[in-house]
Design a protein around this ligand. Structure first.
Ligand code: ADP
Ligand code: MG
Length: 314
């Protein structure tokens, strides 16, 4: 269990983290979200014991991060933002070095290194200096370093940043496969990542908590949650629906230049409305190919929570 308890962190006049509290239990993969500058990296550095809190604190298991830094570092793997590393060291050298610092016996170390090198596809760069590696490889070396001692707690600061789509997917799969007994906190600004990987999301804004909920519960706050979504074979003009009672709002989305989707807000959910919508569509020669209930849009909820009026006035 990780408990972030009334945590604040200032940098001179800047308040990066402002009275932030949340907790994460074993088996959870927490998505840690917020716009640039919201305080994600600062919070993760404090959790990982790389930065002292200005006020409040963090407990991991029975340990206070500030009072028992070594015990905490044994429990924890940390991928820093940007995955910095010594430029002239090789991934092999870095992993060896980390294993020595962590006091791993050679037998355990070699098997573990082999496993991670395969899992993260590092064979071809193992003996090349870090400075010569692409961002994607550097990040995966960073992940290998964080995972080396099979820690119970993983703090990953934007682990998929700089990866191509296939590599992103591999890292997501890896994170998902890890999670069963671990605690994972992963910061990201990619909302599909939260949907794909996370069991819960904490959203911060200007260092303060603005949401702590499951991805589904967050999506349910969207205006479009429960809306009827229709996919048509071709576009129609919105005024086709003029005068139908209960069609509160409409939006067309051009997907790949082919599919058209219309959303009718939840005010319109109900048999008579959908019947009348269908009549109009039939009359205009635009048959419905499919329809479904919309689960809501996480991007919209995120935007409202992080761009809207400050939380204390909301
Ligand atoms: N070492 C530092 N010195 C001064 N200000 C900092 C330092 N680190 C972070 N900040 C400031 O703290 C705020 C939060 O930054 P950060 O934690 O990096 O946010 P995020 O990771 O969400 O983008 C920003 O305003 C940033 O400029
Ligand atoms: Mg950051």
């Amino acid at each position: 269990m990780i408990e972030v308890d009334h945590l604040s962190r200032h940098f001179g006049p800047v308040t990066a983290v402002d009275d932030l509290s949340f907790s994460v239990g074993a088996g959870e993969i927490l998505g840690f979200l917020g716009p640039n500058g919201a305080g994600k990296t600062t919070t993760m550095k404090v959790i990982a014991g790389f930065l002292a809190p200005s006020a409040g604190g963090v407990r991991i298991g029975n340990h206070d991060v500030s009072r028992s830094p070594l015990a905490v570092k044994r429990l924890l793997g940390y991928l820093p933002e940007g995955a910095p590393a010594w430029p002239d060291m090789t991934p092999f050298g870095l992993l060896r070095f980390a294993a020595r610092v962590r006091g791993m016996p050679a037998s355990v170390r070699d098997a573990r290194m082999q496993q991670l090198v395969t899992q993260l596809a590092l064979e071809e760069v193992l003996l090349r200096p870090m400075e010569s590696l692409s961002k994607g490889f550097r990040r995966r070396v960073g992940l290998a370093l964080a995972l080396l001692h099979d820690p119970a707690v993983l703090i990953l600061d934007e682990p998929t940043d700089g990866l191509d789509p296939n590599q992103k997917q591999q890292v997501r799969d890896l994170i998902t496969s890890l999670s069963r007994d671990k605690i994972v906190i992963v910061s990201t600004h990619i909302l599909e990542e939260v949907e794909a990987v996370c069991t819960r999301a904490v959203i911060i804004r200007r260092g303060r908590l603005v949401a702590d909920a499951t991805p589904d519960a967050l999506a349910a706050r969207s205006r479009w949650h429960g809306a009827i979504a229709l996919r048509l074979d071709r576009p129609v003009r919105a005024d086709v629906f003029t005068g139908i009672d209960g069609v509160a709002d409409l939006r067309s989305e051009d997907r790949n230049g082919q599919d058209w989707t219309l959303f009718v807000t939840r005010d319109a959910v109900g048999g008579p409305v959908i019947d009348r919508v269908r009549e109009r569509l039939d009359a205009s020669g635009a048959p419905i190919r499919e329809f479904w209930l919309h689960r809501g849009r996480l991007d919209e909820v995120f935007r409202e929570l992080t761009l809207g009026p400050p939380a204390e006035n909301a």
